[in-house]
Design a protein around this ligand. Structure first.
Ligand SMILES: CC(C)(COP(=O)(O)OP(=O)(O)OC[C@H]1O[C@@H](n2cnc3c(N)ncnc32)[C@H](O)[C@@H]1OP(=O)(O)O)[C@@H](O)C(=O)NCCC(=O)NCCS
Length: 247
């Protein structure tokens, strides 16, 4: 692709994703545009085995733009790196089409893997400012990584991931329950036990109170029976005395 058609294509890409651009000529000022031209050259040299020259071009571009793209990385069409400073793209990274990266993004390795050590970003992924994606897993199509997140594992397509470590908070535009996201209200087994014991204590106290009311009731009924019996006996005695007198 010629320089002018590349510039036109880049203008379209930037215009779609950065409302700040007003004229096609401004494309020349974007670090994203400048670094991608150098990356394409470096990547061609890398594929031919001219590793030193490829690295030389990429390091020079990194000094000028603040974006370090290893020449071994595989990048699709329409990558836009907004602002640019502090973006690192590792050697075995694979980036699909129409991906957007903001400043401070690292697509890096964990230091624990060999071979493919860096992430794969599928088409239309957006990685927000300062996010770190570390390891050789895949971020699915159309997924968004929130600013400042640290993503350490695979992300399915159409998800939003935020936090450290990154957790899926939205899938297919629907919120995912936050029960496993809450890092403030952590489970407290001691408080849980105390609440259980309080409830048990309350239940036992009401049982005892109920039994004591029943006991009191039984005692009162017994007392009134005893009184009634005594009265009946007294009345029977008096009646017998009356009868004896009459005889
Ligand atoms: C992640 C992001 C892209 C929003 O994606 P979204 O799918 O629209 O998600 P929502 O805004 O609905 O947020 C979903 C939840 O994640 C939370 N969230 C969003 N971004 C977050 C972040 N960076 N860190 C922590 N939590 C975040 C929201 O508060 C919300 O929580 P809730 O469910 O408790 O309300 C956006 O918040 C973001 O990080 N943008 C940064 C873009 C950027 O880098 N700009 C720099 C320009 S220079």
């Amino acid at each position: 692709m010629g320089f002018i058609s590349h510039m036109k294509e880049e203008f379209q890409v930037i215009r779609e994703r950065d409302p700040a651009i007003k004229t096609p000529l401004e494309v020349l000022l974007y670090p994203s545009f400048r670094v991608m031209i150098q990356y394409r050259r470096a990547h061609k040299l890398y594929k031919k085995g001219h590793y030193f020259l490829a690295r030389w071009i990429s390091q020079r571009a990194a000094r000028k733009t603040g974006i370090e793209i290893h020449p071994g990385a595989k990048i699709g069409k329409g990558l836009f790196i907004d602002h640019g400073s502090g973006v690192i793209i590792g050697e075995t990274t694979i980036i699909g089409d129409n991906v957007t990266l903001y400043q401070g993004v690292t697509l890096g390795g964990t230091g624990k893997e060999t071979g493919k050590r860096h992430p794969t970003l599928k088409d239309n992924v957006m990685v927000s400012a300062g996010a770190k994606i570390l390891g050789s897993f895949t971020i699915g199509e159309n997924s968004k990584i929130g600013a400042g997140s640290v993503v350490l594992e695979e992300v399915p397509p159409n998800c939003t991931v935020v936090g450290v470590p990154g957790r899926v908070v939205k899938k297919e535009n629907k919120k995912v329950p936050r029960s496993d996201m809450d890092q403030v209200h952590l489970p407290d087994p001691t408080m849980d036990d105390i609440h259980y014991l309080q409830e048990e204590n309350h239940r036992l106290r009401s049982e005892i109170q109920k039994m004591s009311y029943e006991l009191q009731d039984m005692r009162e009924r017994e007392e009134s029976c005893r009184r009634a019996r005594e009265l009946a006996e007294k009345q029977a005695l008096a009646a017998r005395k009356e009868q004896q007198k009459a005889e």
